[in-house]
Ligand binder design. Structure first.
Ligand SMILES: [Zn+2]
Length: 298
């Protein structure tokens, strides 16, 4: 056995590159597609030219990652085994149905990537499987790896929650200054202790005659912040003083049906207010009774 100090991220990355390479890539690419492990230093090397590739291939100090074996790693099996780990029974059934027949991968992805928690779980599940494959491969090659940590321990997920809440706090501080704003509340995932929020949703109660241009500007700022942090927009829902739901705020600089198709659903011609969503019951319940009041501070 040859002892070698290795970094799991580098090896995993190399396996992913080979696995995700389209089959026809070899035919039209000028670039070498092979990956090598440096048996002296433990580095992963990706040759950039044909000569480099030949040199590494002919060298005793470099081990080529076995592209044929990696091509056999079965993504469908990964999906199957992942589904067994999903605790929510409804979701599990939904995923089981999704991977039946043609188009299994895209149906599966549509469900999984719709939730940040499931996306993180799925990514880690794939990592685990690939890492197990890597360990077996190294063993077969008589290599005894010394890793830079426990490669089967899941690293902590960096939660986007604090950064998203910061954007909401900035929105609230500014919107609370606007005359006509009566109350601001937090709804959805951010209102509960969810480390994987999939929504940024704020409720604003406004006077009946309030012009919404300034509030819309703050909503666009909140959108931009949330997009930067978590690649999702923000919903600002508007209610009147009687707590009737009016609509949600437009995201355009100019709310104008002539400029944007989305603006054709203005509520009674009120600029920056769209009636474009049939909220599900749980959202409507939160609108009536918001879980967290942000402003005025209680
Ligand atoms: Zn609009």
């Amino acid at each position: 056995m040859r002892k070698l100090s290795l970094k799991i991220h580098e090896l995993e990355q190399a396996v992913k590159i080979i696995r995700d390479m389209p089959e026809e890539f070899d035919d039209f690419s000028e670039l070498p597609t092979s990956q090598y492990l440096d048996l002296k230093r433990g580095d992963v090397l990706s040759p950039m030219t044909g000569e480099e590739d030949d040199e590494l291939f002919g060298s005793d100090d470099h081990l080529q990652f076995p592209a044929d074996d990696i091509g056999q790693i079965n993504g469908y099996r990964f999906m199957e085994s992942f589904i067994h780990t999903v605790e929510d029974e409804d979701l599990r059934r939904k995923l089981e149905r999704a991977i039946n027949g043609k188009g299994a991968f895209s149906r599966f992805n549509n469900i999984v990537y719709n939730s940040s928690k499931m996306t993180a779980d799925w990514n880690w599940h794939q990592s685990l499987k690939l890492r197990k494959w890597i360990v077996d491969w190294l063993k077969g090659e008589q290599i005894e790896p010394e890793w830079d940590g426990d490669i089967f321990a899941r690293p902590p997920v960096a939660s986007k929650r604090p950064a998203l809440l910061e954007g909401v706090a900035n929105f609230t501080a500014a919107a609370g200054q606007l005359s006509g704003v009566r109350q601001i509340a937090l709804l959805g995932d951010l209102a509960v202790e969810d480390p994987y929020p999939d929504t940024v949703r704020v409720l604003v109660e406004v006077d009946n005659n309030m012009a919404l241009g300034k509030l819309a500007k703050l909503k666009r700022k909140l959108d931009e912040h949330s997009l930067n942090i978590a690649n999702m927009g923000a919903d600002v829902l508007v209610v009147d003083p009687a707590r009737h739901y009016l609509g949600r705020m437009c995201g355009y600089r100019e709310c104008d049906p002539k400029l944007h198709q989305a603006c054709r659903v203005q509520v009674n011609g009120r600029r920056y207010l769209h009636d474009d969503m049939d909220w599900e019951q749980d959202v409507m319940a939160e609108i009536v009774k918001p879980p967290v009041q942000l402003w005025p501070e209680t």
